[in-house]
Ligand binder design. Structure first.
Ligand SMILES: Nc1nc2c(c(=O)[nH]1)N[C@H]1C(S)=C(S)[C@@H](COP(=O)(O)OP(=O)(O)OC[C@H]3O[C@@H](n4cnc5c(=O)[nH]c(N)nc54)[C@H](O)[C@@H]3O)O[C@H]1N2
Ligand SMILES: Nc1nc2c(c(=O)[nH]1)N[C@H]1C(S)=C(S)[C@@H](COP(=O)(O)OP(=O)(O)OC[C@H]3O[C@@H](n4cnc5c(=O)[nH]c(N)nc54)[C@H](O)[C@@H]3O)O[C@H]1N2
Ligand code: SF4
Ligand SMILES: [Mo]
Length: 705
């Protein structure tokens, strides 16, 4: 008999709904699983190859099914009782010896809203430590901080996806939708069929760029300068929307004064994009009746990511293309719950509902919901990579990791790995023995997307309910159950009385009420009935907010802010020793550090190992053959991958995907310099040299061939 499960893909921010059918008898012939897309407002029933095969990792033999504890250097099976006792005892002892802040918490954007909320509360109320942050710091922080400064609010898309086909000009900057949110491509294809002009800004001619009418093959790290060039053209040709600037924004004059001084030729030189192309892009966008701008990690993962996004937002505001049909901005959110995960308290400085841990009123509000005196709430901590530095410096002695693989995903991975090894005590809650979990003292096995109920907020800011589709396998437990049990053992169980995810959600609703990300009006019952609800949704009879900023922005005065942005290239400079720029990102079949997708046979087979994309002319100059193993080295370290010729990449740039660990981990070479505004690392630009592996070997032996 076929069993049908209703669920939602665990991977990217589209959150495609699907059914998974299991036919038990067929398990041997084929997988016995069949995933089918279910119509919904985002993916409209489509699934990509990752969604179609997600059940493979969830049903993999590698799933952790019982707790593990380290004894005599080995991870061995233990009961939950024993594992949780060890966790509570070690956390307590370390906090007693070194203070509360000696224990840190590290979360992730795959966790449900309920777990993310409970994790923030766990750090502040159960551990009472200031140190909590999450992998979204590497993902959404630049766009989030830019949105907050410019608009007064951070929600990935300011519009519903359904408005994309109404835009007459679309700018896709550093976003590879075709590989990273593939089920959204039809929205852009429809726009094109309606006559839209599509501009792609990327150092590579990606699958997304195939859609473009104009591809600006920008030099990595120069997006902000490129936009300054476009803004200058818009100003010179008097294509600004003066009425909009006048009535809806402030601080335009300073920006204008700065732009007048800009030299377009200089910008063309810096960015590698010709003056003519800059002009065409600027004029087409500004003249279009409607238009949308999207950015993702290509623009944001830089030490100037915050300012780069703000410059794109300057352009959106200067042309008045926001707050009406077919006009808006989208920071294309990454992880399944990248949006909700950044709203309810996993961030170092943040409380639920996007409240600030540094604001007295916000502290008092949340403390009241939590039933603690506000003075008991710790202050703000530090960002994800800065936490890893504190781990390395042995100031943080114990770490609780839930839903992330920091040993692979942090920049300067060798330093991070060394720090993790030095920890007195590491707990990892995961489905698999990830590269990070291998170093743990206690590993807690969690349920997967098929078994764990909860809400996730997709890239549009639409809250969706994912119901549990099957019982938890083995002894696995839900993330939130683990948090409640550890809190109980730490003597703080009274604050974590939750019996199911819905009870946590109901507390989250109250804690977010009146905040920027207001979920108060959203209930499980409504989500079941209405499919999804856009926040802010302040009351149960409120329909939710599909389009933001129709009449005012979210700052107290209702006005959006322009920001003057310096014109400069950013990132590590290349030189004789490190002559090439290394950038990095994703390929369609794999997901993030690959812990899940490398365990899916269909997906793993599509790319069994990492690679380095290099232009053939550059390759020949550096004596690199196609398919040869190469060592790509920066000042920080070396990653070893196989070369792959491509004439679709700039000649000064190489590209390596991020989905593998150990010697293939691209982060061995990346730069941990942080953006001063949002603490995003400079992932996307590293100065590197590339050598054939064979050559380096013989050099090691003192002989050059
Ligand atoms: N298949 C797949 N899909 C995913 C993920 C995955 O791992 N695999 N991860 C999810 C997550 S968490 C995220 S955050 C998103 C990421 O989604 P994206 O941000 O779209 O993905 P990336 O490949 O990191 O980067 C996008 C593009 O930026 C380009 N780029 C590099 N440097 C620069 C630069 O300086 N300027 C510009 N303009 N472009 C540059 C790269 O060539 C790349 O094509 O995808 C989500 N979806
Ligand atoms: N060089 C470079 N580095 C990057 C990036 C880049 O573009 N270039 N991108 C950055 C970005 S955008 C991101 S989002 C980060 C992501 O990097 P990571 O935070 O390392 O993300 P994942 O690889 O998804 O690791 C998630 C882990 O959590 C587990 N997991 C999945 N679901 C759950 C769950 O529900 N509960 C629990 N407890 N565990 C779960 C998975 O098995 C996996 O081991 O990487 C960043 N690092
Ligand atoms: S990875 Fe993203 S686009 Fe693909 S099925 Fe999953 S949610 Fe949909
Ligand atoms: Mo991400």
């Amino acid at each position: 008999m076929t069993l049908t499960m209703n669920t939602q893909c665990p991977f990217c921010s589209v959150q495609c709904k699907m059914t998974v059918e299991i036919t038990p008898g067929e398990a041997r012939q084929r997988s016995g699983f069949q995933a089918t897309g279910v119509p919904n407002a985002a993916s409209e029933g489509r699934l990509c190859v990752k969604g179609m095969n997600a059940h493979q990792h969830a049903s993999s033999r590698d799933r952790l099914l019982y707790p593990l504890v380290r004894k005599n250097g080995e991870l061995v099976r233990a009961s939950w009782e024993e594992a949780l006792d060890i966790v509570a005892a070690r956390f307590s002892a370390i906090q007693e010896a070194y203070g509360r802040d000696a224990v840190g918490v590290y979360g992730g954007g795959s966790l449900t809203n309920e777990t993310a909320y409970a994790l923030g509360k766990f750090a502040r109320v159960a551990l009472r430590s200031r140190y909590i942050d999450y992998n979204g710091r590497f993902c959404m922080s630049a766009a989030a901080s830019a949105g907050v400064k410019t608009f007064g609010i951070d929600r990935g898309l300011t519009n519903q996806l359904s408005e994309i086909p109404l835009a007459e000009c679309i700018i896709l900057a550093g976003t590879n939708i075709a590989e990273c949110q593939p089920t959204l491509m039809p929205y852009f294809i429809r726009a094109k069929e309606n006559g839209a002009f599509i501009i792609v800004i990327d150092p590579r001619a990606t699958a997304t760029a195939e859609l473009a009418d104009l591809h600006l093959q920008v030099k990595p790290g120069t997006d902000s300068a490129l936009v300054s060039g476009m803004l200058k053209v818009i100003l010179d040709e008097n294509l600004i929307d003066s009425a909009f600037i006048q009535s809806r924004t402030k601080d335009f004059d300073q920006l204008k004064a700065d732009l007048l001084r800009i030299d377009l030729e200089g910008i063309a030189e810096l960015t590698g994009v010709s003056v003519e192309q800059i002009r065409t892009a600027a004029v087409t966008y500004a003249k279009a009746g409607t238009g949308m701008v999207f950015t993702a990690r290509g623009v944001e993962q830089h030490a100037d990511g915050h300012m780069a996004v703000r410059n794109f937002l300057n352009m959106v505001l200067a042309t008045g293309k926001i707050g009406r049909e077919g006009c808006g901005y989208g920071a294309v959110t990454g992880q399944g719950n990248g949006q909700g995960g950044r709203e309810h308290g996993q961030k170092a400085d943040q409380l639920p509902g996007y409240r600030s841990i540094e604001n007295e009123n916000d502290r008092a509000f949340v403390a009241k919901v939590w039933g603690i005196p506000p003075e008991e709430l710790p202050g703000k901590g530090v960002s994800a990579y800065e936490m890893m530095e504190l781990v390395y410096q042995e100031q943080i002695k114990a770490l609780f990791v839930m839903g992330s693989n920091p040993v692979v995903s942090n920049p300067h991975a060798s330093l991070v790995e060394e720090g993790i090894r030095k920890l007195d005590f590491l707990v990892v809650a995961d489905m698999f023995l990830s590269e990070t979990a291998k170093y743990a003292d206690v590993v807690l096995p969690v349920t997967s997307y098929m078994e764990n109920e909860g809400t996730l907020t997709n890239l549009e800011g639409r809250v969706l309910l994912r119901e549990a589709a099957r019982p938890a396998p083995g002894e696995t437990r839900h993330d939130w159950q683990i948090l409640c049990s550890v809190a109980e053992k730490l003597g703080r169980g009274a604050y974590f009385p939750f019996k199911d995810a819905e009870e946590i959600f109901n507390e989250l609703r109250k804690a977010s009420q009146g905040g920027i990300a207001d979920y108060f009006g959203i209930t499980y019952e409504r989500l079941r009935r209405e499919e999804g609800i856009y926040w802010p949704c302040p009351s149960t009879d409120h329909p939710g907010t599909g389009r933001l900023f129709e009449h005012s922005f979210a700052h107290a005065d209702g006005l959006a802010r322009f920001q003057t942005v310096p014109v400069a290239s950013q990132g590590e400079e290349t030189n004789g020793e490190y002559p090439l720029i290394m950038t990095n990102g994703r390929v369609l079949p794999h997901y993030l550090t690959g812990v899940q997708t490398r365990r899916s046979p269909v997906l793993a087979a599509k790319f069994v190992e990492s690679f380095m994309e290099i232009h053939p002319l550059t390759a020949r100059k550096h004596r690199i053959e196609d398919g040869a193993l190469v060592r790509v080295s920066s000042k920080r370290g070396t990653v070893t991958v196989r070369s792959r010729y491509s004439d679709k990449i700039r000649k000064d740039t190489v590209f390596i995907p991020m989905h593998w660990g150990d010697a293939q981990n691209v982060n061995l070479a990346t730069n941990p310099e942080l953006d001063p505004y949002c603490k995003m690392p400079d992932f996307k630009v590293s100065a590197v040299r590339v050598r054939p592996l064979a050559e380096e070997w013989s050099e090691d032996e003192g002989e050059i061939i």
